[in-house]
Write a protein that binds this ligand. Structure first.
Ligand SMILES: Nc1ncnc2c1ncn2[C@@H]1O[C@H](COP(=O)(O)OP(=O)(O)O)[C@@H](O)[C@H]1O
Ligand SMILES: [Mg+2]
Length: 253
């Protein structure tokens, strides 16, 4: 059924889909990111872990071009703009609850339409609706296409947000605590979906996760932040206690 999944070793070995090099972000006098290096490759789910205030959201926002970096660089492979190639998924789902699930997914593709056609859902072209339907099918929700988005469960709404990112044809998905508001079963489903999309379709997924256990189960690689610095980067299975130390009050001497 999975047609021609890309050879994972090959895509991972290639150029990074998203690369932050020596990134520094300041808020006034406060340095929120200190020379951070992070690369995410097509075909992998990279989890970002760290205590509250360690800079996880700032890292994602810098990657998306939503906060300026005062040093270093952010590179998105693919040749289009960051805006087109990078999609964001948030903890609290940003869907228009009174519109249909399908219209919400279509909105991911509006950047490709002329302005007039993008303003009125009734004018969305058939090709966009068909593409959105295929994206919904990909997340297992084609049968809910015509329901109002607000009627879906939290986990289903988060999968609709993922379908919207697919309809945007994003190559990089940045997810800031995408499962923190979900019950454990829905959280597993959404992470399994993100990981499958990374592996089967070659998306580069960077997800901030609240629980190390979820990272161990679903991530291909883990980056740990502490006080705005990358303090670990590796295979989730091999990191062991180093992950738990991210949340300790003091760095062990
Ligand atoms: N817009 C902002 N203005 C000022 N300080 C900010 C802003 N956003 C984040 N910070 C500060 O930057 C640091 C990192 O925040 P954040 O990236 O939100 O951490 P995390 O997502 O890991 O909890 C914190 O000290 C936070 O207070
Ligand atoms: Mg945060």
């Amino acid at each position: 059924m999975t047609a021609q999944a890309p050879d994972r070793e090959r895509v991972v070995a290639g150029r990074a889909a998203l690369e932050l090099r020596g990134c520094e972000v300041r808020f006034g006098d406060r340095v929120a990111l200190h020379r951070v290096d992070v690369a995410v490759h097509a075909g992998e789910l990279l989890a970002v872990l760290g205590a509250n205030g360690s800079g996880k959201s700032t890292l994602l926002r810098a990657a998306a071009g939503l906060v300026p970096v005062s040093g270093g660089s952010v590179t998105v492979a693919g040749g289009r703009s960051e805006r087109a190639d990078v999609a964001m998924v948030f903890q609290h789902v940003h869907l228009v609850g009174r519109r249909s699930v399908l219209d919400n997914v279509c909105s991911g593709g509006l950047g490709r339409l002329p302005l007039r056609a993008s303003l009125v859902p009734a004018l969305f072209p058939r090709e966009l609706r068909e593409e959105a339907m295929a994206c919904l099918d990909r997340v297992g929700l084609a049968d809910r296409a015509h329901d109002r988005a607000g009627r879906l469960s939290g986990g289903q709404q988060q999968r609709v947000a993922v379908a919207r990112a697919l309809c945007q044809r994003a190559r990089v998905v940045l997810a800031d605590e995408p499962v923190s508001a979900l019950d454990p079963v829905a959280a597993e489903q959404v992470l399994a979906l993100l990981s499958e999309l990374a592996h089967a379709e070659g998306l580069a997924v960077l997800a901030v996760l609240h629980q190390p256990q979820l990272a161990r189960r679903h991530a291909d690689r883990v980056v740990g932040l502490r006080d705005g610095r990358v303090v670990l980067d590796g295979d989730p299975a091999g990191l062991g206690e180093a992950v738990d130390a991210l949340y300790a009050a003091e760095v062990p001497a």
